[in-house]
Design a protein around this ligand. Sequence first.
Ligand code: FAD
Length: 465
Amino acid sequence: MGDGTSTNTSVGRGKDARALTMATRQGPILETPTCRDKGSKFPARRSLVEFDPGGAIRNRRVAIVGAGAAGTLAAIFAATAGAETLLLERTRDGGRKILISGGGRCNILPARVDERRFVTDSSPNTLRKILRSWPLADQVAFFERGLGMPLVEEPESAKLFPASHRARDVRDGLLTLAARAGARFVPDTLVTGLAPRARGWEVEREGAAPLVVDAVVVATGGLSVPNTGSDGRGIAILRALGHTLHPTYAALTPIVAGPSPFGALAGVSLPVTISASGDHRHSASSGGFLFTHRGYSGPSVLDVSHVLVRSRQEADGTARLTVRWTARDEAGWESALQPVGTRTVAGVLRRDLPERLADALAMQAGVAASHPLAQLRREDRLRLISVLVRGELPWVGDEGYRKAEVTGGGVSLAEIDPRTMESRRHPRLFICGEVLDAFGPIGGYNFLWAWATGRAAGEAAARSA
Ligand SMILES: Cc1cc2nc3c(=O)[nH]c(=O)nc-3n(C[C@H](O)[C@H](O)[C@H](O)COP(=O)(O)OP(=O)(O)OC[C@H]3O[C@@H](n4cnc5c(N)ncnc54)[C@H](O)[C@@H]3O)c2cc1C
């Protein structure tokens, strides 16, 4: 990796003395304490030396809108590349999605990447190019060596977590690194619009004078879990600038079931293989499944939920949700349910399934759980096997953006240069993270996307002519 070999030790901290004085010359660009001021609260980290691109040291002024995962990475790399970097954030602290990610543990990356699992309405080729711009191994090295944060793998899920298992360490560590690279964190700043100028941008803020900068990075996230600060305002700003947006939708969100044979199973969980199929879309996933009070959740359900969400959004919600409840396929159940001996249906099913679910599935198939296998009619056995390997899960809705881990849709990847994340519509405007038309499954894929696009955007913004 090119980034990993530089020996430049100045880490982008105002490599040119002019960068530090510019703020004063150009007026009060910072009304609030800088990240650097706050930095003393945090433990010292190793320098970013290995990751310093060490290229052009230009006195660019870059505003990054949104201090989430993508924006903070953009700030680190823009400041490291020598730009005077402002990280504008509407909340007091930023990075709130990082804090709640992975149940507070932050599943920072996947241990392995299957690019085919990303979802986009844009060109999958463009998506791949972007992903490959910062390969997984290099991202891991950034966290372990650049941030000084060892990662550990949870083998059963192939997820990587910080060894401390504390999402706060990730959020604070990244903000500290951004500050040490020279970026200034400007909290409580709602950006309300962007206006192109002859050679740069005017960044409009609520209740404050606009900022004039050479380049802007939009990293405002999607629409999901709006109380983290990401409420779609950035999407509206980009739309107003003429960008093509693919319709947005809640993704990785729990599914709501109407009255169903599974109503009393809340809390029951197990690994399954699940499929969602609509008229034009199909998605399948293997992993944890959880019955909730309102329906279904767990990683496998979240992974396929967008097919159901979009089937409601675009048509009449007729997509089907089907489950293979165990590792056994049709032939496996044929042999397990042979009509011999004294065993009952429940006795066999309960060997592979939680007891209450085994009974509910027998009921769904119209077979009494207490029925001896020896007396099970062939058509009953076939119906039971069908329920076990491709059982239909009734559903009526979804939990929407309130609980969605990501937003699908967004700015078309066709409008982005995949090497730099620069808008093809506006020079010196860079777009990264969830605001773009792409998301991945549960497992660290969405941070992978945020880190990769944030890094590319920040570095390119700092160098943009
Ligand atoms: C509950 C939950 C758990 C998750 N767990 C994981 C996980 O373990 N692993 C994983 O890979 N992904 C996870 N994700 C998804 C991941 O958090 C997101 O994909 C990622 O945070 C997106 O990064 P982003 O920087 O694009 O957007 P965000 O993280 O949403 O950041 C956007 C930032 O922009 C700010 N902002 C928005 N508009 C403005 C404006 N107009 N002016 C100024 N600031 C603005 C917001 O306040 C916010 O700080 C999870 C998501 C949720 C909701």
